[in-house]
Design a protein around this ligand. Structure first.
Ligand SMILES: [Zn+2]
Length: 261
């Protein structure tokens, strides 16, 4: 008889089983998301830390195959564009990469920095940005991605994540298939901001001014803010890999005016 009240109580609990079950499922999902988030962040730190052990020379050797792939379609840039690039890479503060600039005959405006020191720019971007300083800013921004080794860190994180997923029994082959996303290199907002600052400082150091440096960024912003539906496919492509926000542009403008004054 002593246990009857408890049995009744348990029965009462069972009547609310649906709600309790939902709560415990929610807690379970939340815990899993938190654990996965923590693992992802930890892998990011690990990847960032690991790149300190990879010399620029080793990185260039690892990714020399990208040059072979690119050379099949790439063209040498014009003397004028190569001249801007040469002027920028003469900076003594740059990492000792075997820097190289290649041009892709491609209507879509875009530019990428590949791990190992190669920067690729499309003819579409050079058609759009015609001033020397505007082009220098785009190239300087990509040099910033190399300076901070964003590409290598991103690939390291993907590889570590794939390894962790495999150890946990998941099929990570689709992730690995996407890992050589050299043509779709995406960077975080923090990385974009770092590269913007780097590029702008480099342009100022070489040209003594930042006037006109934001040409491309302002063109894109106008198109984005004025008529997003009217964005060409090319612009959307650039924005996917180089997210441009009003905050980012405002930041660039304030940095430019701080340099000028
Ligand atoms: Zn970028």
């Amino acid at each position: 008889m002593k246990f009857i009240p408890r049995q009744l109580h348990e029965a009462a609990d069972n009547s609310r089983g649906g709600k309790e079950g939902w709560r415990s499922r929610f807690k379970g999902i939340l815990s899993a998301v938190l654990v996965l988030g923590a693992v992802y962040i930890a892998l990011g730190f690990l990847a960032d830390w690991s790149v300190h052990f990879v010399s620029e020379e080793t990185e260039a050797a690892w990714f020399s195959w990208t040059d072979e792939v690119l050379l099949q379609a790439a063209q040498p840039p014009s003397a004028a564009v190569q001249g801007i690039f040469d002027k920028l890479i003469l900076d003594s503060g740059l990492r000792p990469y075997p820097y190289r600039l290649v041009m892709m005959p491609e209507r879509i405006p875009n530019a990428f920095a590949l791990p190992g020191g190669t920067i690729m720019v499309t003819s579409g971007l050079l058609d759009l940005v015609e001033t020397e300083i505007g082009r220098a800013m785009v190239l300087g921004h990509e040099l910033g991605h190399l300076q901070y080794r964003h590409g290598l860190k991103g690939l390291g994180r993907s590889l570590l994540l794939a390894g962790a997923l495999s150890m946990a029994g998941f099929d990570s082959s689709s992730l690995l298939r996407q890992t050589p996303l050299l043509a779709e290199m995406r960077h975080s907002r923090v990385q974009e901001a770092e590269s913007d600052t780097f590029g702008l400082n480099l342009v100022y150091a070489k040209y003594g001014t930042t006037e006109g440096a934001l040409e491309f960024f302002e063109d894109i912003s106008l198109l984005e803010g004025g008529n997003p539906a009217g964005l060409t496919h090319g612009m959307q492509s650039w924005l996917q890999t180089h997210p441009l926000t009003e905050v980012r542009l405002a930041h660039l403008r304030s940095q430019a005016s701080a340099l000028e004054n």
